[in-house]
Design a protein around this ligand. Structure first.
Ligand code: DX5
Ligand code: ZN
Length: 218
């Protein structure tokens, strides 16, 4: 199955965001990754539900919202109403991950659980049967442009093996330091959704970068 490419607008040019989104959509990306950062769960701040709301009518891309916030339950309703297709919540951000995932599903949105590099797969086993997607962070969240952590490939393999053994059907997404070298590595380990921010947007020709990632994750 072909990989799904999810360009992250964290690295896009906000002054011409509409153009940057259209470029990657035309190139074959299927998801648009939108990072919401609250300045508490992660050090930096980025975007918010208003961005999701404004992007929604501009694109047919699947809006893949990565919520990096404490008290994630406070944002679910607003994000769902804004037009998010999926909401990802960090297991580290709440003592009530099960409840928050239930809320997301009840809002009619796909549900994702996210794990930081320091969090083991065992921490999310109890909720794996209820999620549509699992995001394995391949950097510590908070900033674009960081280097991929190679030891995360083992974690992806472990999650992929668990999924096979238990007949589950969630997608496995990777986020952080994904480029033409690390995308094939993570694909081989079992990932099928690839977030890429700086690789796609930092230099010239985002469309060519998306096409390259598509070719490399076939
Ligand atoms: C980091 C964010 C990422 C970020 C990835 O906390 O979750 O989505 O945009 O950026 P790159 O691809 O540059 O590592
Ligand atoms: Zn992200």
């Amino acid at each position: 199955m072909a990989g799904i490419i999810a360009p992250s607008i964290l690295s896009a040019d906000v002054t011409k965001l509409g153009d940057d989104v259209k470029l990657v959509e035309a190139a074959g990306a299927k998801y648009l990754h939108i990072d919401l950062m609250d300045g508490s769960f992660v050090p930096s701040m980025a975007y918010g539900p208003a961005w999701v709301k404004q992007l929604r009518p501009m694109t047919d891309l699947f809006l893949d919202v990565h919520l990096m916030a404490v008290h994630p339950e406070k944002h679910v309703k607003e994000l769902a109403e804004a037009g998010a297709d999926l909401i990802g919540v960090h297991v580290e951000a709440t003592p009530h991950i099960h409840r928050v995932l239930q809320m997301i599903k009840k809002a009619g949105v796909k549900a994702e659980v996210v794990i930081n590099p320091g969090t083991p797969v065992s921490a999310i086993v109890p909720v794996l049967s209820m999620v549509d997607q699992v995001l394995v962070m391949t950097v510590n969240p908070g900033f674009g442009g960081q280097a991929f952590l190679p030891e995360m490939t083992e974690k992806i393999k472990e999650l992929s093996a668990y999924k096979q053994e238990h007949g589950l059907d969630f997608d496995i997404e990777v986020d952080g330091g994904i480029n033409d070298k690390t995308a094939p590595m993570t694909a081989a380990a079992g990932a099928n959704v690839f977030v890429a921010g700086s690789y796609v947007y930092d230099k010239k020709d985002p469309a060519a970068k998306v096409q390259k990632l598509l070719d490399l994750t076939k």
